[in-house]
Structures are given as structure tokens and as C-alpha cells.
Design a protein around this ligand. Sequence first.
Ligand code: SF4
Ligand code: SF4
Length: 170
Amino acid sequence: MNALTELHHDIDVRVASIRENQPDWLCGKGCDSCCKRLADVPQLTAAEWDLLREGLAQLAPDHLQAISNEIAALARSTARPVICPLLDRNTGACPVYPYRPVACRSYGFYMQRDLGLFCGDIEKLVAEGKLPDVVWGNHDAIDRRLAGLGESRALTEWFAEWITEALENN
Ligand code: SF4
Ligand code: SF4
């Protein structure tokens, strides 16, 4: 198991444990609000990008071209929050789900001490006392592990380097 796979595993264990104790947890397929309100362009370590591009390489050329257009538009835009350029806006599904970055796996289940919860929908439930006894994951610990997974760059940068060659080879 490499370091990224180990991190995925540990996040999965924490997520499963939270879900087990809270069967009505909000996160699920079709709940795409977090993918639609990213604070900024996603940042990925080299290891996360290596995995993500495996997923991207499996998409049909026209799908990949559409994503490429979204990413090019995002690179030119300063509007915030950001809608993830990979999100299928019709279905609310992630087309690269098994290959998605770490932030997408931990979102909604992990806290960052200084910033509080990320998801406003979940935060609201917490404020209303509807999610008692949750043992949140610690996002600071994730960040420390990500720091060992290579250079971190914006999705737009990783993608721009890769896409021309990928479309030519298709
Ligand atoms: S983090 Fe919030 S918006 Fe994202 S899937 Fe979970 S409940 Fe939905
Ligand atoms: S990569 Fe997938 S899960 Fe992550 S923000 Fe984009 S659409 Fe959502």
C-alpha cells in the first residue's frame, strides 16, 4: 500500500465509523453542494494528480473535451466559490469518483480546528444538536500526511500540462 492508498484507507475507516453511528448522515450520491461551492480551485499533490489522471484518461474523448473547456474557463475566472469542473451538473455525480482527491473523501467528515466544519449543511445540523457524539476526523493530520505526497499545484495547472497529449492520443 503506498502512502496515498494508506491515507484513503484511514479516511474510509473514519467515514465508515461515523456513518455507522449516524445512519442518516447527509453525504451521499447526488448531494453535490460541496462540489458546487469550493472555496478555490482544487489543489492536488503530485500523488493525487497521478491517481486523478488515471480516472480522467478513462473518460470518453467528448467528455474529456467538455471538462477541458470547463477547466480552461475556470483558469481564466476569479469568481468564487468555484464549481468543480469535473462535476456532472445534470446528475450531481463525480465522473472520477474512485480517483477523486483526498479533500473530496474527507469533506463532511473531518474538521480543521481553526476553520471549523467545511460543510454548511452539516454545520447547521450540528448547531441544531442533531448530530451528537460525532468523533470528527482531524483535517490537520490529513494535511500533514498530504505534505509528504509531492508538490501541490492547482488542478488547472496539472490538467493544462496533460490534456493536449491525452486528447492527441485518443
Ligand atoms: S459534505 Fe455536505 S454538501 Fe457535501 S456531500 Fe456531505 S452533506 Fe452534501
Ligand atoms: S472531483 Fe468529484 S467529488 Fe471532488 S469536487 Fe469534483 S466532482 Fe466533487
